[in-house]
Design a protein around this ligand. Structure first.
Ligand SMILES: [Zn+2]
Length: 479
């Protein structure tokens, strides 16, 4: 008896993990996971970070969480969901946020009420207006993926991933080239919304300001599930995390952040009701500890950056003492947490709270058009020097843009102008001199570069890069 039960359990476990291994959709392996009775999660692919769609059976009908970026997949998913739940009374679709890989397939649920945060339609509209650019972009991706596969340089794993990606891109290209229009939500909300489906309740909480302005948490207490969309994960199941790659504050307006903290706090307090944290893509997992640690981080960051954004605060000094390593050592190395994301969050919040104009953003707008760059730059520089207090000036961002011009865009002239300005704004920075020296060196002005490297070394006698270049240039000048 014991043995029989044991084998039955082993068999059942195996079936739960791989119930549909043989089933495919458009040549992609289909996966179906039963999370709780009456709750299924469906996705395609073993390697690509594709959207996972969830469906929950309720007395009022089936509630679906998210569509994908390819309506053809959603059509197939809808059939699988109906088959697995043994019914087809689809009632609601809820979008976790406005990105195309969570809303493109909304039209497949046009017979349902579609619910999302009030900022979702604007994001969908913006995606739609970038339609022609997306077509070009996907076409380039397809070409690149084909070349990679043909190159023979990929290992088995990479090849399998590239082949899956190629199918996805081809499906996406077909969709983009059809004349379909977006299907917008039919009901939206601002802070919170409760959807009563009889035996199951859906509690929707605005959580905008991190991944997008439009993100929401969805708590389903009767099933013990919290949906967290693309905001975070603390474990990745594939090498390429896709949408779940960065946990950072990068969108949102001043008013969004107190709401985010209030709503997140309310969910932390209900942790005993949550058994499953479900992410928007199948290849990420989230634990309660990860959810809690990210909240503690965000809450501290918001309060501290808001404080330094007040008049008299010194943001650059604040940043120096606010590294991940020093302030949040427990998060170092956790998936989605990076120094770059941390920096991005601090910069974004400072701009938002202080209301200052970002010099980096203004510069980025300028070099989109190389022909007018010089004129625009001179004007911007004049404005900044006249009213420096109106601008948020980050030495690191300026330096990053300079290198982008120098290395990616090969605009040496522009890079010199930018690094020169950075030196003017930060005359005590050895790194600003070091970068300017590099740009002059690239321009062929070795004597000028040498002087600047020497200046940089007086500010930081330990600069290995400076020593290396001085030695190299001195040798080159002797020849
Ligand atoms: Zn997303």
């Amino acid at each position: 008896m014991f043995k029989k039960t044991f084998f039955f359990m082993v068999l059942m476990t195996a079936l739960m993990v791989l119930p549909c291994a043989a089933e495919t959709v458009e040549g992609l392996p289909l996966h179906m996971q039963k999370i709780e009775p009456g709750v299924v999660r469906v996705w395609v692919g073993d390697h690509v970070s594709s959207t996972a769609v969830c469906a929950i059976a309720t007395k009022k009908g089936i509630v679906v969480i998210d569509s994908t970026d390819i309506p053809k997949l959603d059509e197939a998913f809808r059939k699988v969901i109906a088959r697995e739940l043994g019914r087809s009374d689809f009632k609601y679709l809820i979008n976790t946020h406005g990105h195309s890989d969570h809303t493109n397939g909304n039209g497949v649920y046009a017979d349902c009420q579609i619910i999302a945060h009030e900022t979702v339609p604007a994001i969908m509209q913006e995606n739609f207006s970038n339609h022609s650019r997306s077509i070009v972009w996907v076409k380039e991706n397809i070409q690149r993926q084909k070349e990679q596969i043909a190159s023979g340089k990929l290992n088995e794993e990479q090849k399998a991933a590239a082949e899956e990606q190629l199918i996805i891109s081809t499906l996406k290209s077909k969709f983009l080239n059809s004349d379909s229009k977006p299907t917008f939500p039919t009901k939206s909300f601002q802070d919170r919304l409760v959807l009563d489906c009889g035996d199951v309740t859906f509690e929707l909480y605005q959580s905008g300001g991190s991944h997008t302005r439009s993100d929401i948490f969805i708590l389903v207490p009767q099933k013990g599930i919290l949906f967290t969309g693309d905001m975070m994960a603390d474990k990745w199941l594939t090498d390429t995390p896709g949408c779940l790659a960065t946990f950072a504050v990068r969108t949102g307006e001043v008013g969004d952040y107190p709401v985010l903290v209030k709503n997140w706090q309310a969910l932390i307090e209900r942790k005993d009701e949550i058994k499953h944290y479900i992410t928007g893509h199948w290849n990420g997992e989230l634990s309660h500890e990860g959810f809690q640690a990210r909240f503690a981080y965000l809450k501290a960051l918001l309060a501290d950056v808001e404080a330094v954004s007040k008049p008299g605060g010194d943001f650059n000094q604040f940043v120096t003492g606010y590294s991940l390593k020093d302030k949040f050592p427990q998060l170092v190395g956790s998936p989605g947490i990076t120094n770059q994301g941390h920096m991005m969050s601090m910069n974004h919040l400072y701009k938002t709270f202080s209301g200052k104009i970002s010099l980096a953003d203004a510069l980025q707008g300028l070099f989109q058009n190389p022909e007018t760059f010089a004129v625009g730059f001179a004007k911007l520089k004049g404005d900044v020097l006249k009213a420096r207090d109106k601008y948020f000036i980050s030495e690191a961002e300026m330096n990053g843009i300079g290198y982008f011009l120098l290395q990616q865009q090969k605009q040496v002239e522009g890079a010199v102008m930018l690094f020169e300005f950075n030196v003017e704004l930060h005359p005590a920075s050895w790194n600003a001199y070091d970068s300017l020296a590099e740009a002059w060196y690239e321009k062929g002005e070795k004597q000028k570069a040498l002087e600047l490297y020497r200046k940089s070394l007086t500010l930081n006698p330990n600069s290995e890069n400076g020593k290396k270049f001085i030695e190299r240039i001195e040798k080159e000048l002797k020849k």
